[in-house]
Design a protein around this ligand. Structure first.
Ligand SMILES: Nc1ncnc2c1ncn2[C@@H]1O[C@H](COP(=O)(O)OP(=O)(O)OP(=O)(O)O)[C@@H](O)[C@H]1O
Length: 488
C-alpha cells in the first residue's frame, strides 16, 4: 500500500539491520501426513504447519498484506457497519435482482440455518443481502465481489459452499484458494463453525505440510488451501478430480496477486474445472491488477461492490505542539497527560526504535503502555490489540505499519509523535486521515495532537493543513489552562 510505504521502508531497514525477520508468516511447514477435517482438525495440529510455497523470502509486500489481512481477521469479532449501498452489475441486466433481508428467505438447509444462528448472525450483512441469493441461485451464477475487510464476504461464500455440496458424494466438490496457510486456516474455522450441525460435510486443507499417500483420492467435500498445493493435488497427484468441482472460490484476490506464482497457479486450477463450475472471487480492494485477474478467473461475472465508509476530519479537533527534540516531545506529552484525563490514546511513531523508546519512557512514568512493534508475530500483535481494546492498557504506542487497518473505536485521542510522511519525505495525507479520521456517520468527536520538532515537520504540518483545508491550532503545552481547554 503506497500510503504506508514510508513506515514500511523504515521497518524494513531496521529489520535488515537487526537481522530480525519482521515477517509474520512462519517460515517452514513441517512435514506431516495428517488430513485435517472439519470434525477432527484442531488449532494446534494445524498451527504446527505453515505455508511457505512460492514465497520469495524478500517478498515483504505480500507478506505484509497477508499479515495485515490475518491481523484483521484475528481482531475482528463483528461486522463493519456501513451505510453505503452496494453497487450491482448483473451479467444479465434483464433478470430480476434479488436481495434478501433474512436468512430464512434463502431456504437454507435447516442444519445450515442453525449454524448461521449459532454464530450469532441475525440477518444478512449488506453485501450478503445481494451476494447470497446470487450465489445460491440455480443455475449457479458467477460472482466477483469487492468490499472491505469485515463486511461478511467469508461468511457468505462459506455458506454458499456448504449449501452446494452433496454430503452423500464422497469426493471434493468445492475448492477454496487462499493466499497463505494461515488465511486458509481462518476460513476453515468459519466452515467448521457454520457447518457445526452438518457434520457429514468434511473439510481438508491443501497445504504444503499436508502430505498424502500417492494414489489416494480425497473423500472430503470441501478442500481449502493455497494455490500451489491445490494445483499439485488436482494435476500432479490427482488427489482431486477437478472435473467434479461445482464451486471454485478465490479469496483475498488482492493479496493473492501480490505473490508471484499464485496468479498463474490459480488460473491453471481454474482451467481444469468444468465449464458449469461456479466461480466466485472476493477482494477487499479493486485496483486495475486485481480487476484484470478477476476477469481471467471468473467468466461472465455478476459484480458486487461496496464502497468504504469515508473517513472525515469534521469532528476532530486538531492541534500541534512545537518542540525541539524527542525528549521535549515526550515532556509535552507528559504535560498533556498531567492536565487532561485521557481514557485511551494511540501514539504513532516513525520508527520502531522511537516507539520502543517512548513506550519505555511512558511506562517509567507509570502509564500502562502497550507496544506494537514490527518484529512481533501477527498473533502477538492481535493479542496486544485485544488487550488494548479491552482497556487493559491505556496507551498504545505503534509504528504505522503495525497499526494499519486497526480500528479501535473507543480511542478518542490520537497523538502523532512523528508526522506521517512518505518515502520521499512528503506529507502522507491518506495515512494522516486514516490515523485520526472517524467515519462521519457516528459523529464521534476526537482529538488529534501533532508533535512538530523541526522546520521540516512544520512544513509537513502546513501542507497537511492545506490539503484538508482544516485549521490545526497551536497548543502551548507549558500552559496548563490552555491544555485543559482542549478537552472541553
Ligand atoms: N450476517 C452477519 N451478522 C453478524 N455478523 C456477521 C455476519 N456475517 C459475518 N459476520 C461476522 O462479521 C465478521 C466479519 O465477517 P467476515 O469475516 O465474513 O468478513 P470479510 O469481509 O470476509 O472480512 P475478512 O476478509 O477480514 O474476514 C466476522 O466476525 C463474522 O463472524
Amino acid at each position: 500500500m503506497a500510503t504506508d510505504s514510508w513506515a514500511q521502508a523504515v521497518d524494513e531497514q531496521e529489520a535488515a539491520a537487526e537481522s530480525i525477520g519482521s515477517l509474520q508468516i512462519k517460515d517452514k511447514p513441517e512435514e506431516n501426513g495428517t488430513v485435517l477435517n472439519a470434525t477432527n482438525s484442531t488449532n494446534s495440529a494445524a498451527k504446527s504447519e505453515s505455508e511457505a510455497e512460492s514465497k520469495p523470502a524478500d517478498d515483504d509486500d505480500k507478506d505484509d498484506k497477508a499479515a495485515q489481512s490475518l491481523l484483521n481477521k484475528l481482531i475482528r469479532n463483528n461486522l463493519v457497519n456501513t451505510t453505503n449501498q452496494v453497487e450491482v452489475l448483473q451479467k444479465d441486466p434483464n433478470s430480476p435482482l434479488y436481495s434478501v433481508k433474512s436468512f430464512e428467505e434463502l431456504r437454507l438447509k435447516p442444519q445450515l440455518l442453525q449454524g448461521v444462528y449459532a454464530m450469532g448472525f441475525n440477518r444478512p450483512s449488506k453485501i450478503q443481502e445481494t451476494a447470497l441469493p446470487m450465489m445460491l441461485a440455480e443455475p449457479p451464477q458467477n460472482l466477483i465481489a469487492q468490499s472491505q475487510s469485515g463486511t461478511g464476504k467469508t461468511a457468505a461464500f462459506v455458506l454458499a459452499m456448504l449449501s452446494h455440496v452433496d454430503p452423500n458424494n464422497k469426493y471434493p466438490q468445492c475448492l477454496c484458494v487462499s493466499p497463505t496457510y494461515e488465511l486458509a486456516l481462518q476460513t476453515g474455522k468459519v466452515i467448521e463453525q457454520m457447518g457445526k450441525y452438518y457434520p457429514e460435510v468434511k473439510l481438508v486443507y491443501a497445504i504444503r505440510g499436508n502430505k498424502l499417500q500417492r494414489g489416494m483420492k480425497l473423500q472430503e467435500q470441501i478442500v481449502i488451501g493455497t494455490p500451489g498445493t491445490m494445483l499439485d493435488w488436482c494435476s500432479k497427484f490427482k488427489f482431486i478430480d477437478p472435473k467434479k468441482i461445482k464451486v471454485f472460490v478465490l479469496d483475498e484476490a488482492d493479496v493473492m496477486i501480490a505473490t508471484q506464482g499464485h496468479q498463474d497457479q490459480s488460473i491453471r486450477i481454474q482451467r481444469m474445472l468444468p465449464k458449469n463450475c461456479q466461480m466466485l472471487l472476493f477482494s477487499a480492494t479493486f485496483e486495475e491488477t486485481v480487476w484484470s485477474f478477476a476477469q481471467r478467473i471468473v467468466p461472465d461475472p455478476n459484480i458486487i461492490k461496496l464502497k468504504r465508509e469515508e473517513e472525515t476530519l469534521d469532528t476532530i479537533k486538531q492541534y500541534f505542539v512545537l518542540c525541539n527534540s524527542k525528549e521535549e516531545k515526550f515532556q509535552a506529552l507528559c504535560n498533556i497527560y498531567g492536565a487532561i484525563t485521557i481514557a485511551q490514546a494511540m501514539i504513532f511513531c516513525h520508527t520502531r526504535r522511537t516507539a520502543g523508546w517512548l513506550a519505555g519512557e511512558l511506562s517509567r512514568e507509570g502509564h500502562q503502555v502497550a507496544l506494537l512493534s514490527g518484529e512481533m508475530q501477527v498473533e502477538q500483535r492481535a493479542a496486544v490489540i485485544e488487550r488494548f481494546r479491552d482497556g487493559k492498557e491505556k496507551v498504545l504506542v505503534t509504528t504505522n505499519v503495525c497499526a494499519r487497518g486497526i480500528d479501535v473505536e473507543q480511542v478518542s485521542v490520537v497523538i502523532n509523535f512523528d508526522l506521517p510522511v512518505d518515502k520521499d519525505g512528503n506529507p502522507d495525507n491518506e495515512t494522516y486521515l486514516h490515523r485520526i479520521g472517524r467515519t462521519g456517520r457516528f459523529g464521534k468527536r476526537g482529538l488529534a495532537i501533532n508533535m512538530v520538532d523541526s522546520k521540516m515537520s512544520m512544513n509537513i504540518l502546513n501542507r497537511i493543513q492545506d490539503h484538508f483545508n482544516k485549521k490545526i491550532e497551536r497548543l502551548d503545552t507549558d500552559d496548563l489552562d490552555e491544555i485543559e481547554k482542549i478537552a472541553s
